[in-house]
Write a protein that binds this ligand. Structure first.
Ligand SMILES: *[C@@H]1O[C@H](CO)[C@@H](O)[C@H](O)[C@H]1NC(C)=O
Ligand SMILES: *[C@@H]1O[C@H](CO)[C@@H](O)[C@H](O)[C@H]1NC(C)=O
Ligand SMILES: *[C@@H]1O[C@H](CO)[C@@H](O)[C@H](O)[C@H]1NC(C)=O
Ligand SMILES: *[C@@H]1O[C@H](CO)[C@@H](O)[C@H](O)[C@H]1NC(C)=O
Ligand SMILES: *[C@@H]1O[C@H](CO)[C@@H](O)[C@H](O)[C@H]1NC(C)=O
Ligand SMILES: *[C@@H]1O[C@H](CO)[C@@H](O)[C@H](O)[C@H]1NC(C)=O
Ligand SMILES: *[C@@H]1O[C@H](CO)[C@@H](O)[C@H](O)[C@H]1NC(C)=O
Length: 886
């Protein structure tokens, strides 16, 4: 109804086709004309032409260009005008606002499918009776989450008046773009959402996304270079991902406002004051008065404005020593980012390959060891860009923000380059949506340290920026000081409460309540019907695990009751809770609280709906998981372990990684559990391991660990390697009553892999759904985790990277999976007939020191007792196999 007539659409498509395909080599125009360029002024009726960009902003009241959908009741939203605002706040679009009390959707019909810029403009302030501190909302676009339970008052802290967010979202042909605002009324009763302006602007399909269909040999379309993981295949940025523009920077130049962009109304900000680290002499250069050589262009003209390419930063002319020209950007951890670096050599001296060669580091990893702009572009004044992706894991303790650095250093060897310098002209950084189609960072942001991103309109004086920067620094220092104060305070409080806890029977409030919740024993008894056996869902060396309901029977939880008389002292118990309660990660089971009445020591965790990974591999009636599902779960678990190893305050060694300690929630998100008995890993650089009694589960034990009692982070990597094989072969790590060669999963796979027949180990259900390439990659990963020498095993972060690529290999293969069921019917040889009842579970030998003979076969033995040691090594011998046989 709002769309164009069919012939118009066709002729438009032809026009676009011509523009894209003819203009590209011939350069008729230097800019792009988006088919869709909608600009909406929310809470406004009618049209208004905005001056700098001469766009027609349409009001959303009774507009015929798009529809709106209100749920629940008709008066779900209100419109109003903005109260008196500072002059920096432009009346278009910020002069009016739409406020939502319940879910509200803008549904935009589009002229054509393809990727779009979606820009949201906010002016956070108090409107009528709507206090800005009550704003709390989520925004979704189709299936993508853009903001989640976001508290808009946090923006006030950034010191900017207005906030603009830009997203890149692909919309299928003939589909509408649905933009939904949802106030988080479940979290805060008075919550509301608001919006001042929305833009939807088309972009060329492959401006940022990878052209997977490209057969053009000239276009270097071999994917995006992944930084920090050397032998990884290139990353393909697929249209199924949404992006958020975090930074778009004109290096050594001023702001380039939307109206001076190449037709897509992008805002380019200056790198000064904000991102550039100025420790060293720096040289700025510009080619004002020059023009780009568009005749020999290798990238489309609309890639970036000409003025971006005609300013650059390089080494200081007086540089006598090597250093890095450095830019720093704050980003959310646990997302993948695309970094685009724009280059153009405009200095007349630099014309040939090898004239200026330098090094580029992204997130501290080498991205280019010999960057040569002329080599890439083909000549002076010809622009070019290079794209990289990098996965940012946690680095700091108290913040979900991590720093993505871009560093340029001249070549160590001066003879390999004519000009001993570096160059960079522009930077773009995008956050890539994660596997659950999410772009929203953790919320609320604990320590915002960076001013916000895209400004619209961009009328700010540098004086103001300096003041803002100063305020930001002061605020960060204050926040940091208060965090440190809080820690010291809580430490002191804890140590004094320990003293009390030892004398007092009721050690209830021994932990500061902000760490986690305290349950009374009465609450726990009520939740489990006085520890009724019916509620037992697991049994471990430490005691029973119950399913219970708290909060008046509403919230299911897992309740771990430490066996009374357990070795664990009260201090150790509290220490552990303090450590656990600070570990929060999507892929770790969260500790909700604890109970300790002097006798009982109880931990309360999130309940995981779908149980353990093992139950989906073998020994149950559950339908088998597809290959992609398995990779997804492993990737999640690997991320959780990586967080334990590297992301938390201390390195934490899990010590008991196995398929029954990887739990699945109702959405199949993998969560690592049972890190309660984990050891804090080595901290000092001189220490590389902790010596300890051997603890862990048979079949998963690192040989280095049981032989030498040396526990390292790599012990977990070994155990994870065993899980990788379990997932591939769908069998337990140890089998009794079978051919000896098949008894140990690890030995068996190693042997078959040495014979080059790894595919014979694959579970029959998976046959046909794993490609040769993916299997090879996966097999190499698993076997490298299982190397005898811990130093030769990859780190968990390497494992995460490798699994991401395995995912990609699996995805790029299209959907020829799910053929497994048929294969099964054909009765092909199952690689190994698993007698389901002869796994290590329930076998007498396994439970060396676990008197109860429980399902959770944890081996715990001190290195002291010689009988125990002998027994352990006998068992372990069978699991590891005869070393001389290899
Ligand atoms: C939003 O954050 C502010 C400042 O941190 C806080 O005072 C306010 O209560 C929060 N609002 C909601 C609805 O959570
Ligand atoms: C959104 O998700 C649903 C269910 O997961 C799926 O059927 C639908 O195709 C998705 N829509 C888009 C636009 O990706
Ligand atoms: C957008 O919302 C409309 C109305 O609810 C619905 O018919 C349409 O399928 C939605 N489109 C997409 C792409 O989600
Ligand atoms: C690539 O080609 C396939 C089949 O020819 C087509 O279905 C798909 O839409 C194309 N993808 C892109 C991004 O053009
Ligand atoms: C541009 O291309 C033309 C024709 O291919 C060639 O003659 C010319 O030398 C090129 N210029 C530069 C600067 O590379
Ligand atoms: C380089 O050194 C000279 C002399 O020491 C000085 O005058 C000049 O300002 C310096 N240039 C820069 C960019 O630091
Ligand atoms: C520049 O940064 C990289 C990456 O962090 C580092 O390896 C290198 O040593 C640095 N160079 C200098 C001279 O500091």
């Amino acid at each position: 109804m709002y769309g164009m007539e069919a012939p118009a659409v066709i002729s438009l498509s032809i026009l676009i086709f011509l523009l894209l395909h003819l203009s590209f080599p011939m350069q008729v125009v230097n800019s792009y004309d988006p088919v869709d360029k909608l600009a909406v002024k929310c809470g406004y009726s009618g049209n208004i032409i905005h001056n700098p960009d001469r766009r027609n902003w349409v009001g959303d009241i009774d507009s015929k260009l798009f529809s709106t959908i209100e749920t629940q009741h008709a008066q779900a939203s209100f419109t109003t005008t903005t109260p008196t605002s500072p002059p920096s706040v432009d009346v278009v679009p910020y002069g009016t606002v739409r406020i939502f009390r319940s879910q509200f959707t803008y549904s935009f019909p589009l002229t054509d499918g393809g990727p779009k810029f979606v820009r949201l403009h906010f002016y956070p302030t108090t409107y009528d009776n709507f206090d800005i501190y009550d704003s709390l909302f989520s925004v979704t676009a189709g299936n993508f989450t853009l903001l989640k339970d976001f508290n808009a008052s946090l923006w006030l802290r950034y010191g900017e008046d207005t906030v603009s967010k830009e997203y890149l979202i692909n919309v299928g042909a003939g589909q509408r773009l649905n933009l939904t605002f949802v106030p988080s009324t479940k979290k805060h009763q008075d919550a509301y959402a608001f919006i001042n302006g929305i833009e939807v602007v088309s972009m060329p399909s492959f401006l940022y996304y990878s052209d997977l269909n490209s057969t053009d040999d000239d276009q270097s379309n071999d994917g995006i270079h992944s930084v920090g993981y050397d032998n990884s295949p290139p990353y393909q940025l697929e249209l199924s991902r949404a992006l958020e523009t975090l930074y778009r920077v004109n290096v050594a130049g001023g702001t380039i406002p939307p109206e001076l962009d190449t037709g897509m109304f992008r805002n380019w900000e200056s790198d000064e004051d904000r991102y550039l680290l100025e420790h060293h002499p720096l040289s700025e250069s510009n080619g004002f008065g020059l023009h780009l050589n568009l005749k020999n262009n290798t990238i489309p003209d609309y890639t970036a404005p000409e003025s971006l390419y005609l300013t650059a930063r390089s080494y200081g002319m007086n540089a006598t020593q090597n250093y890095n020209v450095t830019w720093l950007f704050d980003v959310d951890s646990n997302f993948r980012y695309m970094v685009r670096l724009h280059f153009c050599e405009f200095e007349p001296e630099i014309r040939y390959y090898g004239d200026r060669t330098f090094q580029i580091f992204i997130a501290e990893a080498m991205a280019e060891d010999k960057a040569d702009v002329i080599g890439w572009s083909g000549g002076n004044l010809i622009p070019v860009h290079r794209d990289y992706t990098v996965f940012m894991s946690d680095q700091r303790k108290f913040s979900n923000k991590v720093t993505l650095s871009i560093k340029l250093q001249r070549l160590p060897n001066q003879r390999e380059t004519n000009f001993h310098s570096v160059i960079l002209n522009g930077i773009e950084i995008f956050k890539i949506s994660d596997d659950s189609q999410n772009l929203a960072g953790p919320n609320p942001d604990p320590v915002p340290s960076q001013p916000k991103l895209l400004v619209y309109p961009s009328s700010k004086s540098s004086k103001k920026t300096i003041i803002v920067a100063f305020i930001a620094v002061v605020v960060s220092i204050l926040v940091l000081a208060s965090i440190i104060g809080l820690i010291l305070f809580s430490r002191r409080r804890r140590s004094s409460s320990f003293k009390k806890g030892n004398t007092k029977k009721e050690g209830s409030s021994s932990l500061p309540s902000h760490l986690c919740r305290y349950f009374t024993i009465a609450e726990i008894r009520a939740a489990t019907n006085n520890f009724d056996d019916v509620f037992i869902i697991g049994v471990g060396g430490f005691g029973n695990v119950y399913k219970g309901y708290i909060d008046d029977g509403v919230t299911p939880v897992a309740i771990k009751r430490l066996r009374p008389g357990s070795q664990q002292g009260i201090n150790e118990f509290l220490n552990e809770i303090e450590m656990l309660s600070q570990l929060r990660h999507l892929h770790l089971v969260s500790l909700i609280g604890y109970c300790n009445d002097g006798v009982e020591m109880i931990l309360v965790y999130d309940f995981m709906q779908r149980g353990t990974l093992r139950e989906y591999l073998y020994g149950s009636d559950n339908p088998p998981l597809t290959w992609k599902q398995r990779l997804q779960i492993l990737l999640g678990a690997a991320r959780g372990l990586h967080y334990l190893h590297a992301g938390a305050k201390h390195n934490i060694i899990h010590r008991d990684v196995k398929s029954t300690n990887i739990l699945l929630d109702d959405k199949w998100v993998a969560k690592v559990s049972d890190f309660g008995l984990s050891k804090v890993g080595p901290t000092g650089s001189s220490q590389t391991h902790v010596s300890t009694v051997v603890k862990g589960s048979l079949g998963y034990l690192d040989p280095e660990y049981y032989k030498r009692q040396r526990l390292t982070l790599k012990s977990d990597v070994y155990s994870f390697g065993v899980v990788l094989l379990e997932v591939l072969c769908a069998r337990p790590p140890l089998l009794r009553n079978v051919d000896k060669r098949k008894a140990s999963l690890v030995d068996w796979v190693r042997k078959i892999s040495d014979e080059g027949k790894l595919d014979q180990t694959v579970e029959i259900f998976l046959k046909g759904s794993i490609t040769r390439e993916c299997l090879k990659w996966y097999g190499q990963l698993a076997l490298s985790c299982l190397r005898d020498d811990g130093n030769e095993r990859p780190s968990m972060s390497d494992v995460v990277g490798a699994l991401e690529f395995a995912m990609q290999l699996a995805e790029s293969e299209g959907d020829n999976n799910f053929g497994g069921a048929q294969d099964k019917e054909k009765g092909e040889d199952r690689p190994l007939l698993i007698p389901q009842f002869t796994s290590d579970e329930g076998s007498g030998v396994v439970f060396t020191s676990d008197e109860s003979g429980t399902r959770d076969s944890r081996v715990t033995t001190a290195s002291g007792s010689s009988e125990e040691r002998a027994m352990l090594s006998a068992v372990v011998f069978s699991e590891i196999g005869d070393p001389t046989a290899r």
